[in-house]
Design a protein around this ligand. Structure first.
Ligand SMILES: Cc1cc2nc3c(=O)[nH]c(=O)nc-3n(C[C@H](O)[C@H](O)[C@H](O)COP(=O)(O)OP(=O)(O)OC[C@H]3O[C@@H](n4cnc5c(N)ncnc54)[C@H](O)[C@@H]3O)c2cc1C
Length: 434
């Protein structure tokens, strides 16, 4: 066992931990800083972000200006797109990871990799001194238990999303052990499995998997009482991706943040219904009525609908709308013979296509965690624990989650910077115990 002492121990060498290490190195270079990372290399998740391009931040994110300044000072050039998304100029997430690690080391942080932190004990509530225990990953067939002492600890272990990147929820145990309350973590920014795709009930025998279409998705939630209209709780337009089990795409990912339910109170995913408008820029009723009046001889309904929707989606929509009274598939009905009732049915299938969620894809596929260390136990400005002096909780480990678009990384950077700034301020003010 070692009792090496540091001014600051940062647990987790991901986005938040590295931002904190760099900020500390810039603002308080005399402080000794250790970063303990369980993987053999830090920043594994950063390398995977933005499909390898790393959507660093967003012009609408909290702390956007400070984050841009941070990257400029760190030597990472960025470019901002019209939609507000900010990427490294090189569009290489791996380069961002490498640069952050290099800067943290150049600025004096000791990065200890292959070090899985198993416990953080608060040796003294008054001084805020901590004992951090960790296990060095098996080397030469032996694992090696060690510990260090730190005056400040930043818990930057992330949540549970993407466990293959090292985030397996260890931070909750450590935070709980130090007296913190954990809001139950659930996976978000992931795909939704739908009843319509139940095996053997492949939607109308039509292969939708792999199809992308633009539209608007709206999430409704029913209460547990009957006869009460559902409340609209989320709506977003964008690309809807149809997969082999349900719905995906950024707008669907963002929807999952609103799909928390009270299991103990008898709620389930069955309380939700998703409606998709597949022709948000027009009125399909008007379009079909107009085309009916000007129909060419023998022109079929299916062929006309395929001018608006991709062919498999058009077939699915027509199946959902139901069969025509003469027992012919709607798509086969000549446009000129289409009844008003059939047009109404097609319209509701196009503008109001219902999907019933039966599952949310789990941690392996999720890009973020909803839940975590309760925010009412943290100082919003500094991320310091209101329970344990000298303890800071940053990044995805705390109960904050955001939509896609650079907001989650922004949260990781800015909270890491806030914690580092607060520790640096304490050091500058000459406090005996920093
Ligand atoms: C595939 C994917 C793509 C994404 N793309 C984007 C994007 O483009 N833009 C965006 O804004 N967000 C994106 N996100 C979300 C974003 O990556 C996270 O919100 C962000 O990385 C969280 O930062 P963090 O520092 O809190 O945690 P992480 O970056 O997850 O880092 C936590 C670190 O702690 C380490 N650790 C865990 N347990 C221990 C332990 N016991 N001891 C020591 N170390 C430990 C982990 O190995 C990890 O390195 C994406 C997520 C995924 C999964």
């Amino acid at each position: 066992m070692s009792d090496k002492r540091f001014d600051v121990a940062i647990i987790g060498g991901g986005a938040s931990g590295l931002a904190a290490a760099i900020e500390l190195g810039m603002k308080a270079p005399r402080l000794s800083v250790a970063v303990l990372e369980k993987n053999e290399e830090p920043a594994r998740k950063i390398r995977a972000t933005g499909s390898g391009r790393c959507n660093i931040t967003n012009t609408g994110a909290e702390g956007y200006t400070e984050i841009l300044k941070f990257f400029r000072r760190t030597g990472i050039m960025t470019r901002t797109y019209e939609n507000g998304l900010v990427y490294p100029y090189s569009e290489s997430a791996a380069d961002v990871a490498e640069l952050l690690i290099a800067r943290a080391e150049e600025l004096g942080a000791s990065i200890i990799t292959g070090a899985e932190v198993t416990a953080v004990e608060n040796a003294s509530r008054d001084t805020g001194r901590f004992c951090v225990s960790y296990v060095m990953k098996e080397r030469k067939g032996r694992s090696d238990e060690r510990s260090l002492i730190a005056d400040n600890v930043i818990l930057a272990l992330g949540g549970k999303a993407g466990p293959s990147y090292g985030t397996t929820g260890d931070g909750y145990k450590l935070a709980r052990g130090l007296g913190h309350r954990i809001v139950t973590p659930v996976p978000v920014l992931t795909s939704i499995e739908c009843e319509e795709w139940t095996e053997g009930r492949k939607p109308c025998g039509i292969t939708l998997a792999g199809t992308r279409t633009r539209g608007v998705v709206t999430l409704y939630k029913y209460g547990n009482e009957d006869n009460v209209s559902p409340a609209e709780i989320f709506e977003e337009s964008g690309e809807i991706q149809l997969t082999k089990y349900g719905l995906s795409g950024i707008c669907v990912f963002n929807m999952t943040r609103f799909m928390r339910y009270d299991r103990a109170g008898g709620e389930s995913l069955g309380n939700f219904v998703i409606k998709a408008d597949l022709f948000p820029d027009g009125d399909i009723k008007e379009f079909l009525r107009d085309r009916r009046e000007n129909a060419f001889a023998g022109e079929k309904t299916g062929a006309v609908l395929r001018t608006v929707l991709k062919s498999n989606i058009a077939a699915f929509v027509l199946d959902t709308a139901g069969v025509h009274t003469r027992n012919k598939h709607l798509g086969e009905i000549p446009l000129a013979d289409l009844t008003d009732r059939a047009i109404d049915a097609i319209s509701s299938a196009v503008h109001d296509l219902a999907f019933h969620p039966k599952g949310i894809r789990g941690w392996k596929e999720a890009q973020a965690t909803s839940g975590g260390v309760a925010l009412d136990e943290l100082d919003e400005m500094t991320c310091e624990s209101l329970i344990v002096k000298g303890l800071y909780v940053t990044g995805e480990l705390a109960d904050r989650d955001f939509p896609c678009g650079g907001f989650n990384l922004s949260n990781a950077w800015i909270t890491g910077m806030k914690a580092a700034g607060a520790i640096a301020d304490k050091a500058m003010s000459g406090a005996d115990e920093i």
